[in-house]
Design a protein around this ligand. Structure first.
Ligand SMILES: NC(=O)c1ccc[n+]([C@@H]2O[C@H](COP(=O)([O-])OP(=O)(O)OC[C@H]3O[C@@H](n4cnc5c(N)ncnc54)[C@H](OP(=O)(O)O)[C@@H]3O)[C@@H](O)[C@H]2O)c1
Length: 260
């Protein structure tokens, strides 16, 4: 039986960094890497060798995840780690997005996280881990990224509750809540909207977030927050009224919602 890790959204950014950190870990015989870009997944295999198993797929389509579940069923595997990382943001007003774009974000950021967990848990055993990538945006409602922040709140709350339910199986779920990270997220997220996030404060590199996420997961923590600034924001979001937090956010981003 092979011990495997699965990383979604492995073709760039945080996901690629997870692969880099896991590749020399002897716990894993293989790392299954998922994303839409087949060429980039094959590049990972070229770089790291046969330990990488590319599985190109669009995770926003639930049928593809069910198919992946059947694919897993044909393997003799023990899933030691699932990193649910694929996700995207849109920094704009609700009216800048079509219904399809809005719902696609929910499909990838929420439905895929749930479905991937459900298809993988039957192949997990005691001391297996699920890492779900949420965001600092999970701590509060965020105007002009309303869907993104709400999807990440879901991921945080869902993961922490699931972690309790999976205790009887010895499986640990960790919600990772990073602040801004230097990745390709902004290529898809920034669409030159009139009202949008433009002030990306305290941006960090993916390696530090991944290092902390893996440490916290293996320490059996249900939440991982990297950096003083993000931790302080997390605490403030518990102490201050949400209305005030949203006001501070809008002023940080220099957005006046009442101005046309
Ligand atoms: N960057 C930040 O500031 C930040 C902060 C907090 C949380 N996060 C979270 O971190 C996670 C990783 O994002 P990132 O910052 O590393 O951005 P990124 O560089 O854009 O990476 C996103 C990954 O998701 C994959 N992906 C996108 N749509 C997909 C789909 N429909 N099906 C399968 N895979 C898909 C992309 O691959 P393909 O395009 O090849 O499909 C890519 O590998 C996301 O969940 C994001 O919300 C990021």
């Amino acid at each position: 039986m092979k011990n495997i890790a699965i990383v979604t959204g492995a073709s760039s950014g945080l996901g690629k960094e997870f692969v880099k950190s896991l590749i020399n870990d002897k716990k894993f015989d293989e790392i299954f890497v998922l994303a839409r870009s087949e060429d980039k997944l094959n590049e990972l295999k070229n770089e790291y060798g046969n330990k990488i198993r590319p599985y190109p797929t669009d995770l926003s389509d639930i049928n593809n995840i069910k198919t992946f579940g059947k694919y897993l069923g044909k393997e003799d595997i023990n899933i030691k780690l699932l990193v649910n990382n694929a996700g995207f943001a849109k920094f704009c007003s609700y009216e800048d997005l079509s219904i399809d774009e809005s719902l696609n974000m929910i499909n990838l950021n929420i439905s895929a996280v749930v479905a991937m967990g459900l298809v993988c848990i039957p192949f997990m055993s005691k001391n297996s881990h699920i890492i779900n990538i949420a965001s600092q945006a999970a701590f509060q409602p965020v105007p002009y990224q309303n869907i993104y922040s709400a999807t990440k709140s879901f991921v945080k709350n869902y993961s922490r509750a699931l972690n309790i339910e999976l205790k009887e199986k010895g499986i640990v779920v960790t919600a990772v809540c990073p602040g801004w990270i230097k990745t390709n997220l902004y290529d898809r997220g920034c669409i030159n909207a009139k009202k949008a996030t433009t002030n990306f404060v305290h941006m960090v590199t993916p390696d530090v977030v991944v290092k902390k996420a893996l440490k916290d997961a293996y320490d059996n923590k249900d939440i991982s927050v990297y950096g003083l600034y993000v931790n302080a924001c997390g605490i403030l979001s518990k102490l201050l009224p949400e209305k005030l937090i949203m006001k501070i956010w809008l002023s940080q981003q220099k957005i006046n919602p009442e101005k046309k």
